[in-house]
Design a protein around this ligand. Structure first.
Ligand SMILES: Cc1cc2nc3c(=O)[nH]c(=O)nc-3n(C[C@H](O)[C@H](O)[C@H](O)COP(=O)(O)O)c2cc1C
Length: 183
């Protein structure tokens, strides 16, 4: 079971990261878990080149090349993002744009997500759903929302946040067993 956890908040130990750790704690010991902190990588959004249409892959020489390899490697991809201006973080959105060339490469990978924020998280959910469905990934569960209630709030305000994140992990494991069990 190969799991890629994509941390999409600029804060390495913030609310989103706590929810990610809770989700990851649901995976069995034998799961191989790779973690990527987008805030520590250097990469742009999709550029003007359209070179992928010619050569079949992204030619921008930055840290996304490493991210592509990890995404292709994984069976399960877990996204974590704070709500930022009513949507996913800029890093998550940049990553999404940059996968434009990956048509078919993410098919049937199991995807899940956690989001932390105060309100307006629906658009972030929609963006994540659309991304996974357009890549023909399998949406594992309904995701977890952690409510901070105030502008700079913490998850302590929401007793369900870490629990729901954990059950997101549980559901991803269930989906994996359903699809790969007995192989
Ligand atoms: C630029 C920016 C925009 C934000 N926009 C929203 C928003 O639209 N909705 C919301 O609920 N929270 C918003 N927040 C608050 C964060 O989503 C919230 O504090 C989140 O829990 C931070 O996660 P982190 O600790 O993982 O960074 C915003 C924060 C920043 C820095």
């Amino acid at each position: 079971m190969k799991v890629l956890a994509i941390f999409g908040s600029p804060r390495r130990e913030g609310n989103t990261a706590q929810m990610m750790e809770s989700a990851l704690s649901a995976f069995p010991k034998e799961a191989e878990i790779h973690e990527l902190y987008l805030g520590e990588l250097t990469f742009s959004g999709c550029g003007p080149c359209r070179e992928c249409k010619v050569v079949g892959n992204c030619v921008i020489d930055d840290d996304m090349q490493q991210v592509y390899k990890e995404m292709i490697w994984a069976d399960i991809i877990l996204f974590g993002t704070p709500a930022q201006f009513s949507d996913v973080s800029a890093d998550i959105k940049k990553l999404m744009e940059r996968t434009w060339w990956m048509k078919g490469a993410l098919i049937n990978k199991i995807g899940g997500y956690v989001i932390s924020g105060r309100r307006y998280m629906e658009s972030a959910q929609n963006t994540l759903h659309a991304f996974m469905l357009r890549h023909r990934m399998i949406l594992g569960g309904s995701g977890a929302l952690g409510f901070t209630f105030t502008e700079m709030g913490t998850l302590e305000n929401d007793p369900l946040a870490l629990r729901d994140a954990y059950y997101t992990g549980v559901r991803l494991v269930e989906m994996y067993e359903l699809i790969y069990g007995g192989q």
